[in-house]
Design a protein around this ligand. Structure first.
Ligand code: BG6
Length: 484
């Protein structure tokens, strides 16, 4: 059994523009809908559109928990620190750096025909810096964030016009950067829109004339079309590049061998795989069409959508992997764990401080499921442990818990390779501390590099290596053989 990582395995780390970049009002960048994530309750109370709230008004009315949004707007201040950060990635031996481009930094409202020069140049400089250290950028075209103008005026992805605006943006990306960026992803976690419609689609479902599920699935349909047309354009324009999809993978386990638990698990899994079916196979699976009928979901399909999806299938499959979930078919007997992902408790697994199950074996299973079904190379685009890091008396950060977590997940990938899965790369999430997405806080840290900033965006933003930094460096240098 050959369970060695391939020679050209893409080891690295991942971040997103909204969570690391900062510089939210520099270089002409337009507001992104994520800049307003914490303003929503205030806007609702005041009955205002998000973009009508002035900063002064917002700060006058600020509440403690809403202040945290400033952390988001400052990110990890990568905008001003990118040279230092990429140098540190180079020191760890990264082969790739997964990052995203902020759409509103190039097209401030999303509707402009031509991009802002400052933004275009910034990303050229970032890619150049990566190549200086032999790091191949892996670029996500949209990691949730869309220009706030589009969410406010068009209700985000619900409106088909957003497809054209997006294509104007993505065609520009390919034309401009195709010689510097070989690996691309269209949408980050395209399935997230189903659980978090504002985050994943810029949707205010209550403003739609459609029912909630129809609004979500209509917007998702537009995202699928936008992605497929982008993939087709990339293939036609730059045959040297590889372009993948990206979903959040939750592996499901039945609570018991009761046939009802097993069947419900199958149904959950069909739903989770549907996003891949559309983007990899180019078709809506029967199970989702049945679900649409049962739930009264109606979609205005884009003309010729079947041919569009078929012509724009991806080259590889990427996904984020954090936890697994347990399915209990008996609603009366559910024992939910109170956290963002609201799982049923799994007695066999430990949890992170945020209640996310820690399940390396589940990663091996997920890789087998995906490879078995699609026979395309797989890429683990996100995986990591969100934890509280403390600077010890010796001035260091001893994040042995993170090392243990990563070690077991890397072993699981090695086992999956031994099972025959074709695995291209692994980018650990938040290689640089960043603002957590679900909690909008710095306290939940993922990085191998510490960033001195707090939940309200205060701090020096100084960088510091954690113990995991040197450990990961050894892992990469040994191509995944030395995990001690
Ligand atoms: C993924 C997202 O869902 O999970 C990231 O793509 C996010 O943007 C990551 O940061 C971890 O989640 P959280 O909520 O802990 O930041």
């Amino acid at each position: 059994m050959n369970n060695e990582f391939p020679k050209d395995f893409l080891w690295g780390g991942a971040t997103s523009a909204a969570q690391v970049e900062g510089g939210f009002h520099e270089g002409g960048r337009g507001p992104s809908h994520l800049d307003y994530l914490k303003h929503i309750p205030f806007a609702k109370r005041e009955g205002k559109n998000l973009m009508q709230i002035t900063e002064a008004e917002y700060w006058e009315n600020k509440k403690q928990e809403e202040q945290a949004n400033l952390a988001f707007r400052r990110g990890s201040d990568f905008y001003h620190h990118y040279q230092e950060d990429i140098r540190m990635f180079g020191e760890m031996g990264f082969k790739t750096y997964r990052m995203s481009i902020a759409w509103s930094r190039l097209f401030p409202t999303g509707t402009e025909k031509t991009p802002l020069k400052e933004g275009v140049e910034l990303y050229h400089r970032i890619f150049k810096e990566c190549h200086r250290y032999g790091i191949e950028p892996l670029v996500t075209m949209i990691h949730y964030d869309i220009p706030a103008y589009l969410t406010e005026t068009l209700n985000g992805w619900e409106n088909p016009k957003v497809i054209d605006y997006f294509l104007n943006y993505t065609k520009f990306l390919i034309d401009e950067y195709k010689d510097e960026v070989k690996y691309w992803l269209t949408f980050n976690e395209i399935n997230m829109i189903c659980w978090c419609p504002y985050l994943g689609g810029g949707l205010f479902v209550e403003k739609s004339h459609r029912n909630r599920l129809s609004c979500i699935h209509q917007a998702l349909h537009h995202q699928f079309i936008a992605s497929a047309l982008t993939v087709k354009y990339a293939h036609d324009t730059a045959p040297n590049i590889k372009i993948g999809n990206m979903t959040q993978r939750s592996q499901y386990y039945p609570l018991t061998c009761r046939p009802e638990d097993v069947f419900l698990t199958l149904k959950n899994d069909q739903f989770n795989l549907f996003f891949n079916d559309v983007m990899v196979l180019g078709e809506y699976p029967y199970s989702i069409l049945q679900y649409y009928e049962e739930q009264g979901i109606t979609i205005d399909y884009v003309d010729n959508y079947e041919a569009i999806l078929k012509a724009g299938t991806v080259d590889f499959i990427s996904f984020s992997y954090y936890f697994t979930s347990v399915v209990n078919s008996d609603p009366e007997k559910r024992e939910p764990v109170e956290n963002f992902v609201k799982q049923q408790k799994n007695p066999y697994l430990q949890h992170s401080d945020w209640g996310w199950t820690i399940d390396p074996m589940g990663l091996r299973t997920a890789l087998n499921v995906l490879y078995d079904r699609y026979h395309l190379p797989c890429f683990v685009a996100e995986n990591g442990l969100g934890a509280v890091d403390v600077i010890a008396e010796d001035g260091k950060i001893h994040d042995d818990y993170r090392i243990a977590y990563l070690r077991e997940h890397i072993k699981a990938m090695r086992d999956a390779i031994g099972d025959g899965v074709e695995l291209m790369g692994y980018t650990t999430w938040g290689c640089l501390d960043l603002v957590s997405m679900s909690d909008i806080q710095m306290t939940k840290r993922y990085g191998l590099i510490y960033v001195d900033a707090d939940d309200c965006g205060r701090g020096t933003y100084r960088r510091m290596k954690k113990e995991s930094f040197d450990w990961y460096k050894k892992v990469i240098a040994s191509n995944g053989q030395n995990l001690e």
